[in-house]
Design a protein. Structure first.
Length: 302
């Protein structure tokens, strides 16, 4: 099922170019969102059946998902042809960049191919225990502001910074601040620490924070952004890659992104820090997954 929200997805032309479909390929469209492909040329599955795919016409050379999901259904992998690719917008730091997922001997493997966002799915493809609310609005006013000039950013490298931060830190999300001086059009990249505060870095390089311990959160965010800028020389989001881990604690198991690493020589200078995983209440849960964790006493509910 699809949760209706006013969330922009990447332009159709960009998305269609990213999914790399050729004539003669067998294609399954998991249409939990908008149907972006020609229905006469693909097999389409939608609604609650989306998690299960469609084995009747398998195997598929391409499986294309059109809504933001937490991870990859094992059924999709089972229905993927040798050499095939799953293209899915997978949660990452409050956004849903499109990942190209392939099967390897060690398990699924992914690389990001398109930055963007899609309306989030509901049901087994979007378990509450794994997701944050991408439209969080926090109360102002801001308690601390650091003016721009520390980082020179534009739209493209702001996306690169966002991807890097979310690969390092499960507390990275998308949020807004209810403050007349906060302009969400300048970016909603936030580090949210429920017990301390929240800090935003925007496209002009400024950092805004709110909360009793906001200066600590702000300094941590600035240090992480400086590492991306100075130590790693601003890697593009397409330079990352990851494996997957099967989460069997949710009602319908999902393969979740696990251990993002740079796929360039910069990897030798960067040891990824795997954030400790939690089962979060629905209003604070992170979008980045991590190693297997103990079963929670009770799952959050809507």
């Amino acid at each position: 099922m699809i949760k209706q929200q006013n969330t922009a997805n990447p332009a159709t032309d960009e998305f269609l170019a990213a999914v790399d479909i050729s004539a003669g390929q067998r294609v399954l469209q998991v249409a939990v969102g908008d149907r972006l492909l020609d229905p006469d040329e693909v097999t389409t599955v939608s609604g609650d059946a989306a998690y299960y795919g469609d084995p009747t016409a398998a195997p598929y050379d391409r499986i294309v998902v059109t809504a933001g999901v937490a991870g990859i259904s094992p059924h999709w992998l089972d229905q993927l042809a040798p050499g095939g690719v799953i293209y899915a917008p997978v949660a990452h730091g409050g956004m849903h960049p499109v990942l190209a997922v392939t099967k390897r001997a060690a398990g699924p493997h992914a690389r990001p191919v398109l930055w963007g966002d899609f309306p989030p799915a509901t049901g087994p493809l979007r378990p509450d225990a794994l997701f944050h609310d991408p439209n969080r609005v926090l109360r102002g006013p801001a308690s601390y502001r650091l003016p721009g000039g520390h980082l020179a950013l534009d739209e493209d490298n702001y996306q690169d910074l966002w991807f890097f931060l979310a690969a390092r830190d499960a507390k990275i999300t998308r949020a807004e601040l209810d403050d007349p001086d906060f302009d969400p059009d300048r970016g909603r990249l936030a580090k949210h620490e429920p017990a301390h505060g929240t800090a935003w870095i925007q496209t002009d390089g400024s950092i805004t924070a709110v909360g009793e311990g906001s200066t600590t959160v702000l300094n941590l965010l600035l240090a992480q952004a400086t590492q991306w800028d100075k130590t790693l020389d601003r890697p593009r989001f397409t330079q990352w890659q990851c494996g997957f881990q099967l989460d069997t604690l949710v009602s319908h198991p999902l393969w979740l992104p696990h251990r993002w690493q740079l796929s360039t020589p910069a990897t030798t200078r960067f040891s990824p820090v795997e954030p400790r995983a939690h089962r979060w209440p629905s209003e604070t849960r992170p979008a980045v997954t991590s190693p297997r964790r103990p079963r929670p006493a009770a799952a959050p509910s809507r």
